[in-house]
Write a protein of this length. Structure first.
Length: 263
């Protein structure tokens, strides 16, 4: 009997919680004048400058890294290198601007005016005249060397071996005979001591060399004592000069080296 009463009570409670179907129906009235966004204008927008300013990229793709403090263009607009070079738009720096530390005016590709300034890094070319058979005189010599300051006139032969220096001054093989650097040598002692007074020359003294190509006058610019292994005077040069070598008395490891440059 108790179980029956308990079950009937539970059914009554469940029936009381059931809502009628009419309770689920409801209506919402929308407010007057819905607040929708206004449509965007499709008409041309007239700016204050009348459209004088060109349409250009001003996004982060066009951002520039400012130049260093104290540089010539630290206060110049449009100066510096692009923050993102691979995304940067084509454009030209302001007039006189310095980009990436360059001191020259730079115009980027696509600019209607100007040009790219490229520094000249080419080194001056050396000058050289090869000794050929037609440059020899009948006596077998190549030139006549005159140094008035030491009362010297001597013929110059090809080579610097003992046999050659016994005849006069010798021309270093593989050096020039007219343009560029002409190198010669002679004894300073004995019967053929043609360069015995070479070391007494002074800056400004004249040296004259006559070949079949003409006569050229040089002016002494240096007189120095060098090691016997010094061969710097045999190198080709861009200017015309003559380099003269001879021994130093009682100093077998040293040489006198005199350089004279063409006027």
């Amino acid at each position: 009997m108790k179980r029956t009463m308990t079950a009937m009570l539970a059914l009554c409670l469940a029936a009381g919680l059931v809502l009628p179907a009419s309770a689920l129906e409801y209506t919402i009235d929308a407010p007057d004048g819905p607040d929708y966004g206004k449509p965007t204008s499709v008409e041309v927008v007239h700016t204050a400058d009348g459209g004088a300013r060109k349409n250009e990229d001003v996004s982060k793709n066009a951002a520039l890294i400012p130049p260093g403090f104290g540089t010539p263009s630290m206060d110049t607009r449009n100066t510096g290198s692009y923050l993102t070079p691979n995304l940067s738009p084509v454009g030209a720096p302001a007039t006189g601007a310095v980009v990436n530390g360059s001191g020259s005016s730079v115009i980027t590709p696509g600019s209607p005016t100007g040009s790219v300034t490229v520094p000249d890094t080419t080194a001056p070319s050396t000058r050289y005249t090869e000794v050929t058979d037609d440059l020899y005189y009948k006596g077998g010599y190549l030139a006549t060397l005159k140094i008035p300051a030491i009362d010297l006139t001597v013929k110059v032969y090809e080579g610097t071996d003992s046999k050659t220096l016994a005849k006069g001054a010798g021309h270093f093989e593989d050096t020039s005979i007219w343009r560029g650097n002409i190198a010669v040598a002679a004894h300073n002692r004995g019967v053929n001591n043609h360069f015995g007074q070479l070391h007494t020359l002074e800056i400004g003294d004249k040296v004259t060399l006559t070949t079949k190509l003409g006569t050229k006058t040089y002016e002494v610019v240096s007189v120095e004592k060098v090691n016997e292994n010094d061969t710097s005077g045999l190198n080709p040069t861009a200017n015309d000069q003559i380099t003269m070598y001879t021994c130093v008395r009682n100093q077998r490891d040293n040489r006198w080296k005199v350089v004279a440059v063409a006027n």
